[in-house]
Design a protein around this ligand. Structure first.
Ligand code: GLN
Length: 385
C-alpha cells in the first residue's frame, strides 16, 4: 500500500481541539479551546438574519467581497494608522488559520527556515512543515515571557525566510512592547526576513499595555504579513472570517494560495460582518473593559485556589504552574482535571519546543457564571497545593 506523506509525522493533530472533545465527553467546564460562550453583538446577529434572507449566497470575489474589504481597510487604518488599499492589500480568508497557512506558503520555499518563539500557538509549526519549511525556535522566558536579544540574533544569523510574531500572544498573554518590536524589526531588515504576524487578539489588551502594530513601524509594511481575524473581536469564532493584510506584491502571492486552498470565505457571513467592521470606537473600549473584568474574575479564582500563574497582559489565556500541586506530567494532569475536577485546560507542553511539562493553559473568554463554576471546581485543588 502507498504510505501517506512523511510531512505528517512532523506534527500531531491539534491538542487544543482534542481537549474540547475530551471536555465534551466528560461534561467538564471547557476552558481549553479559546472561544466565547456568550453571544455576538445583537446588530451583527440582525445583519446575519438579513444576509440569510437577502443574500448573497453565491461565491464572493475570491480575495473577499468588495464591501467587506472596504470596511476592513477603514477599520484597520483607524487603529494602526497604516493606509490599506482594499483593492491591493487584502485577502479575506477562512479564519486566521487559513491566513497563516496562506502567508507561510506564500513566503516560503521548501527548505526555508522560519523563526518561531516558544511557547507558540500550535498551528505555526504545522503551517511551516506543510509549506516545506522548518521551524527554528527562540525561547520566551517567564514570568513576563521576554526574549534574549542575543538568542534572537543567533536565530536570524541562520538565514530564516520569516519570523512568526503572535502579538498579543497565545498562550502566554504577552504583549510585545515598542523596544521589542523595534528590535525584531531591525533584525528583519538587516537579515531580509518577512515578519508574519498573528494579531487576532489586537483588541484584547489590558492596561497599562497597548497593542502596537509591527507593520506600522518605519519600513516594515513592505515585509510584514499581517494575519488577523474577526473571531475574537466580535465573538464569532465559528464564522471563520480572517484576513491577510500586506503589500501588493505579497498579497498577489497569497491570493494565489488562497484561491486554490478555499476559493473564498462564506459570502453571506462577509456581508453580515460589514456591520461589525463599522462599529463605533466605543465598541472596542467596551470589549476591553469586558475582558479586563473576566480576566480579573478568573485570576481571583486562581488566587483563591492557591494556584500560581503569569498575569496576562493581553489575549484571553493564562498559564498556570502545576508543579506546586505535585504533578510532573501536564498531559496526565489535564486528563485528570477533566475527569476528576470537571475543568478542561490545555497541557502546556503542546505549546513548547522545550520539554516544559509543568504548565496548563486556561482561557477565560466565558460568561461570569461559567468562570465561577470553574472557580468552584478548581477550589478542590487548594487542599493539594
Ligand atoms: N485560538 C484558539 C485557541 O488557542 C483556538 C483556535 C482553533 O481551535 N482554531 O484555543
Amino acid at each position: 500500500m502507498p504510505q501517506t506523506s512523511d510531512r505528517l509525522g512532523k506534527f500531531t493533530e491539534s491538542v487544543i481541539r482534542s481537549m474540547t472533545r475530551l471536555s465534551n465527553k466528560y461534561g467538564a467546564v471547557n476552558l481549553s479551546q479559546g472561544f466565547p460562550d456568550f453571544d455576538p453583538p445583537e446588530p451583527l446577529l440582525k445583519a446575519l438574519e438579513k444576509a440569510a434572507l437577502k443574500g448573497p449566497h453565491q461565491y464572493a470575489v475570491t480575495w473577499g467581497a468588495e464591501n467587506f474589504r472596504k470596511a476592513l481597510a477603514l477599520k484597520h487604518q483607524k487603529f494602526s494608522g497604516t493606509a490599506i488599499n482594499p483593492e491591493t492589500n487584502i485577502v479575506v480568508t477562512c479564519g486566521s488559520t487559513e491566513a497563516m497557512m496562506a502567508a507561510m506558503m506564500a513566503a516560503c520555499n521548501p527548505g526555508d527556515k522560519v523563526i518561531v518563539f516558544s511557547p507558540f500557538y500550535e498551528n505555526y509549526v504545522a503551517d511551516a512543515v506543510l509549506s516545506g519549511a522548518e521551524a527554528i525556535y527562540v525561547p520566551l522566558y517567564p514570568p513576563d515571557f521576554g526574549f534574549d536579544r542575543e538568542e534572537l540574533k543567533r536565530a536570524f544569523r541562520k538565514g530564516p525566510k520569516a519570523i512568526v510574531l503572535c502579538n498579543p500572544s497565545n498562550p502566554t498573554g504577552k504583549v510585545f512592547n515598542k523596544e521589542e518590536l523595534e528590535y525584531i524589526a531591525s533584525l528583519a531588515m538587516e537579515y531580509d526576513t518577512f515578519v508574519i504576524t498573528d494579531e487576532v487578539y489586537e483588541h484584547i489588551v489590558y492596561e497599562p499595555n497597548n497593542h502596537l502594530y509591527m507593520s506600522a513601524l518605519p519600513g516594515m509594511f513592505e515585509r510584514t504579513i499581517v494575519c488577523g481575524s474577526l473571531s475574537k473581536t466580535y465573538a464569532i469564532t465559528g464564522w471563520r472570517l480572517g484576513y491577510i493584510l500586506a503589500s501588493e506584491k505579497i498579497i498577489n502571492a497569497a491570493r494565489k494560495v488562497h484561491d486554490f486552498l478555499t476559493v473564498g470565505a462564506a459570502a453571506p457571513l462577509q456581508e453580515a460582518a460589514v456591520t461589525a467592521l463599522g462599529f463605533p470606537e466605543s465598541y472596542y473600549g467596551e470589549l476591553k473593559a469586558k475582558y479586563t473584568g473576566l480576566r480579573d474574575i478568573f485570576l481571583g479564582h486562581l488566587d483563591r485556589a492557591g494556584l500560581k500563574y503569569s498575569k496576562p497582559q493581553g489575549a484571553y489565556y493564562v498559564l498556570v504552574d502545576i508543579e506546586p500541586l505535585g504533578w510532573k506530567d501536564d498531559v496526565k494532569f489535564s486528563e485528570w482535571l477533566v475527569k476528576e475536577i470537571g475543568v478542561a485546560g490545555v497541557p502546556g507542553s503542546s505549546f513548547f519546543h522545550e520539554p516544559v511539562k509543568n504548565l496548563i493553559r486556561f482561557h477565560f473568554a466565558k460568561k461570569r457564571e461559567t468562570l465561577d463554576e470553574a472557580g468552584n471546581k478548581l477550589m478542590k485543588l487548594k487542599s493539594i497545593a
